[in-house]
Ligand binder design. Structure first.
Ligand code: PLP
Length: 370
């Protein structure tokens, strides 16, 4: 039996190889590698796709989060409410600015921050809410924006895993709800570069102007610096590759949804297994960056899959509040029971557009058999 990886980017390349090679060569021959035509074109296309006035390319998803928070004026003594069940950089970005991450537990069914737990965390120091659209499932933005409006808070959406996900009757894209949306183009993402990259979306002209300064040493013109910024630019090669893939993103995401629906058909209703929701209310769409189940015998399932050369991953084994690096925050086990339960039970199974239905059937049989 052949092995099945979590993701196979070589299979994706097979379908776009000629175009990617042509575009990459075009950039190399142009002699312009930083903040040139391709970045501009990609930013325009991405803003049109997400439905925001602006999209600004930066060097990574982590930088997209940090620069968004900085442009909103968040700094020392400010509190930012976020989820304890996410990738570490959500929290790192808050700490880079000297601000304090404050956790509100997640909803075990959706893996996203639970809006009903956010309000009790708001203090006079709270400046922003940072929801994560984890695994590609849109967070409850309606309720989060309502809370933010009532308490005069900013909202930065962590869209690292949710490029193309939509929410609500009008199928609004994630990244278009808050003051800013922060995207990652890490290669494994639904829209992935061949290296690092990130993007910030916003409807605010002022924020866009500020972020364009911040990403390039605070520079407003040749060697004129308006502020202390960073070197955080998306490069031309990555922008050219992302343009090729953006055209195909809806198709890629639809295929991911088809794979997830098949897994759900095969696995749902079985004892000890909890499948992820498809997120299909109105115009909402989950884009399944990960297909993540909860399983009572998670470790045994993982081991059985490994024996059959099938990859699976635990995203994430330790919640943010129990991370060694955040020990100084003084949290303890039991503080966020839903996040802790998720960390004990989650297992992400292979999902990517080129994964074959027969492979999903093979994986599911093993999962059911444990
Ligand atoms: C939820 C989440 N936030 C932020 C990031 C950071 O993105 P990057 O790796 O591009 O810095 C990632 C992914 O890596 C992520 O999964």
């Amino acid at each position: 039996m052949s092995s099945i990886p979590m993701l196979d980017l070589k299979k994706q390349l097979a379908g776009i190889r000629d175009e990617v090679v042509r575009e990459v060569l075009g950039v190399i021959e142009s002699g312009q590698y930083i903040l040139g035509r391709m970045v501009g074109r990609f930013e325009e296309s991405a803003a049109a796709y997400i439905g925001t006035r602006h999209a600004i390319g930066v060097a990574s998803g982590t930088d997209a989060l940090a620069l968004s928070l900085k442009a909103l004026g968040i700094g020392p003594a400010d509190e930012v409410i976020t989820t304890p069940f996410t990738f570490f950089s959500t929290v790192e970005a808050i700490l880079y600015l000297g601000a304090k991450p404050v956790f509100a537990d997640m909803d075990i069914e959706t893996f996203n921050i639970d809006p009903s737990k956010v309000e009790e965390k708001i203090t006079e120091r709270t400046r922003a809410i940072l929801p994560v659209h984890l695994f590609g499932y849109p967070a409850a933005m309606g309720r989060i924006m309502e809370l933010a409006g009532r308490h005069n808070l900013k909202v930065v959406e962590d869209c690292a895993q949710s490029f193309g996900a939509t929410l609500g009757q009008n199928a609004r894209k994630t990244g278009g709800f808050g003051d800013a949306g922060a995207f990652s183009f890490y290669p494994s993402k639904n829209l992935g570069a061949y290296g690092d990259g990130g993007l910030i979306t916003t409807n605010s002209d002022e924020m866009a102007r500020e972020i364009r300064l911040l990403r390039n040493h605070g520079s407003s013109g040749s060697y004129i610096h308006q502020s202390i910024g960073f070197n955080s630019r998306l490069d031309e090669l990555q922008a050219a590759i992302l343009l090729v893939k953006l055209k195909r993103l809806d198709d890629y995401n639809e295929k991911r949804r088809h794979k997830a629906a098949l897994y759900n058909r095969l696995l749902s209703g079985l004892d000890g297994i909890k499948c992820p929701p498809m997120g299909e209310d109105g115009g909402s769409r989950h884009v399944f960056h990960q297909y993540t189940i909860r399983h009572r015998r998670r470790d045994a399932v993982k081991e059985k899959l490994r024996q059959q050369q099938i990859s699976s991953m635990i995203y994430y084994p330790v919640p943010m509040h129990l991370q060694p690096a955040l020990g100084f925050m003084g949290h303890k086990e039991g503080d966020f029971p839903c996040a802790e339960a998720a960390c004990r039970e989650v297992l992400s199974l292979p999902i990517y557009p080129e994964l074959e239905d027969a492979e999903i059937e093979r994986i599911s049989k093993i999962v059911i058999g444990v």
